[in-house]
Every structure is written in structure tokens, then in C-alpha cells.
Design a protein around this ligand. Structure first.
Ligand code: CP
Ligand code: NVA
Length: 310
């Protein structure tokens, strides 16, 4: 059974097909062409952490495709506490056709997939955020057409979002640059896995953000303190004090460069308001594309084919 837990399990061709199907469905929806391939199907959403985009984009995606959703938050019994993850997975699989999990530990998603009997989608873990990466490449394709050879510069730490972006960039032939202070760059294990999976990846690290953004087609930020790292907030604010994306930093990029953020954003911390609310920003169409990418994932997992050639 296929899952969408990590992009490692999806070939470059399959990623291209998902993106092509997302583009097709987005265009069709706008034209009023609205087939319901997931009629009668139910999505279960299990969230250990807060969410706006992931939750609502998945529920809307499911409704667009004719299916329904059931949302379980931590108040419904934290997964793995009231009953074990294997029991939770084997039980929930009796009721729903596909699940999205947003969890503290990627191990929870993997254990759910091992014991459950329905496709599992990772809606963000400590290690990765593949649905975000898919929607982000869809956004870059809308801006630039073919993204091969383009450069995405992430100004921030090695985290769930930057890991998934580095991996998807390798799969679509983009260059990925991480600009992080010392001690916050990619871990050796991730770089090993990336190189094994995508030997021709073009991932690099440039600590100085002013140097990093000079070749950027898009500059990307995320919060400096991810969910679950709140104890490190002050330490991280100090470590990243030179890593805020300002208008001054954006003025060093090529004129066509766009600004991206996975959201939620902290204006004045990782980005200035004049950048995220300015003319180079694509953050809201980017948020909207979460739904279109995920429609392609749901359709692929539940019906077996995208029906769209890349
Ligand atoms: N970008 C993203 O995943 O947003 P949420 O945390 O609101 O789902
Ligand atoms: N890195 C952030 C992403 C939020 C969508 C976090 O994990 O909190």
C-alpha cells in the first residue's frame, strides 16, 4: 500500500505526475469542471499540534473530490496515550479510507502506517512536511513555468520544512540553498539520506544570508522556533538575529525573485512586514496551493492513478 509519509518513497516521475494532476485539477475547478472521484470516501485527520492550513486544506480537498472528513484533535484522546498507536491505527482503519497525521515524532506516522490498513499521509512531523513541499513547487511552477535549474534559498534552520524542500528540489531539478547560522544547518544523517536518494542533488549551505540570496529565484522563510521547540525560543531568537528577511536582504536578489513562507509567520522576527506583505511575496497563493497539491495526493492514494501525464 502506498503512503505519503516522506518524499523519499516517491520517484521524480511520480512527483512530476502529482504536480501535473494538481495543475490540471486546479484549472478544471476554476472552469467549473468538478468530478467527484472520492465520493463515499472518508479522511481521518489526527492532529497532535495546531493547524490552520493543513487541516482546512485537507478537509476542503476531500469535499472538492466528493469525500468527507473526520477531525480528531488531542482532546479526543492523544494518540498513543489513551490507547497504543498500533491499536489506534487498527481501529481507525475500520472506519476511514485514508488518514492524515500531524505529530511530534515521525515514528508515530510510521507506526500508524505499519499497523493500520489504509494509506497514511504525513501532515507535518518533527522530520518532514512533504505536503508543504509539494504545494510550494506547484507555486514555483505557476510563477516560473519549468522550475528546473531555478534556485530556492531557505533562510532559517534545518527543520521539517527545509528538509522536505531540499528533497523535492532535488527531485524537480532545482538548486536548494540553506542559509543558517552555525549549529543549525543540515544534520549529517539527512545529508547522507539525501545523497543516497538523489545522488545528483544540488543542495548547498551558505551561512551568510547576503551571499546566499544573490542567485535566488525565491527566498523562503519559516519560523525560527518550530512547534515542540518552545523551550529554545530565546536561544534561537539570538542565534537567528541576523537571519531576518528584510527589504534590504531582498534588494540583493535578482529583481524577479519571489518571497515564500509556509506560514504561520511572525512579522518582525523571521521576516519584515514590508517583505511578506510586499509585491515580491506569493505567500497566500502558496498557502492556497496546499489544497491543490493534496487533492492530487488523495486521488493518487485512493484511486491509484493521477490520470495526468507530467
Ligand atoms: N504551513 C502549515 O502547515 O500551516 P498549518 O500549521 O496552519 O497547518
Ligand atoms: N517548522 C514549522 C512549520 C509550521 C508549518 C513547525 O514545525 O512549527
Amino acid at each position: 500500500m502506498r503512503h505519503f509519509i516522506d518524499l523519499y518513497d516517491w520517484s521524480a516521475t511520480e512527483i512530476a505526475e502529482l504536480l501535473a494532476d494538481a495543475r490540471q485539477m486546479k484549472g478544471d475547478w476554476a472552469k467549473g469542471i468538478r468530478p467527484l472521484p472520492l465520493g463515499g470516501r472518508i479522511l481521518g485527520l489526527i492532529f497532535e499540534k495546531p493547524s490552520l492550513r493543513t487541516r482546512v486544506s485537507f478537509e476542503s480537498a476531500m469535499a472538492h473530490l466528493g469525500g468527507q472528513s473526520i477531525f480528531l484533535s488531542n482532546t479526543d484522546g492523544p494518540i498513543g496515550k489513551r490507547e497504543s498507536v498500533p491499536d489506534f491505527a487498527r481501529t481507525l482503519s475500520q472506519f476511514v479510507d485514508v488518514v492524515v497525521l500531524r505529530v511530534f515524532s515521525q515514528k508515530t506516522v510510521e507506526t500508524f502506517a505499519e499497523y493500520g490498513s489504509v494509506p497514511v499521509i504525513n501532515g507535518l512531523s518533527d522530520l518532514s512536511h512533504p505536503c508543504q513541499a509539494l504545494g510550494d513547487i506547484l507555486t514555483l511552477q505557476e510563477v516560473f513555468g519549468d522550475v528546473k535549474g531555478r534556485t530556492l534559498v531557505f533562510v532559517g534552520d534545518c527543520n521539517n520544512v527545509s528538509r522536505s524542500l531540499a528533497l523535492i528540489c532535488a527531485k524537480v531539478g532545482m538548486k536548494f540553498v540553506l542559509s543558517a547560522p552555525k549549529g543549525y544547518g543540515f544534520d549529517a544523517e539527512f545529508l547522507r539520506s539525501l545523497t543516497v536518494a538523489e545522488p545528483r542533488h544540488q543542495t548547498s549551505e551558505i551561512a551568510d544570508p547576503r551571499e546566499a540570496v544573490r542567485q535566488a529565484d525565491a527566498v523562503y522563510s519559516d519560523v525560527f522556533t518550530s512547534m515542540g521547540q518552545e523551550d529554545e525560543t530565546q536561544k534561537r531568537l539570538a542565534a537567528f538575529s541576523q537571519y531576518k528577511v528584510t527589504q534590504g536582504l531582498m534588494s540583493l536578489t535578482p529583481a524577479h525573485a519571489k518571497y515564500m513562507h509556509c506560514l504561520p509567520a511572525h512579522r518582525g522576527e523571521e521576516v519584515d512586514a514590508e517583505v511578506i506583505d510586499g509585491p515580491q511575496s506569493v505567500v497566500f497563493p502558496q498557502a492556497g496551493n496546499r489544497m491543490h497539491g493534496q487533492k492530487a495526493v488523495l486521488k493518487r492514494l485512493l484511486t491509484g492513478g493521477s490520470g495526468t501525464k507530467a
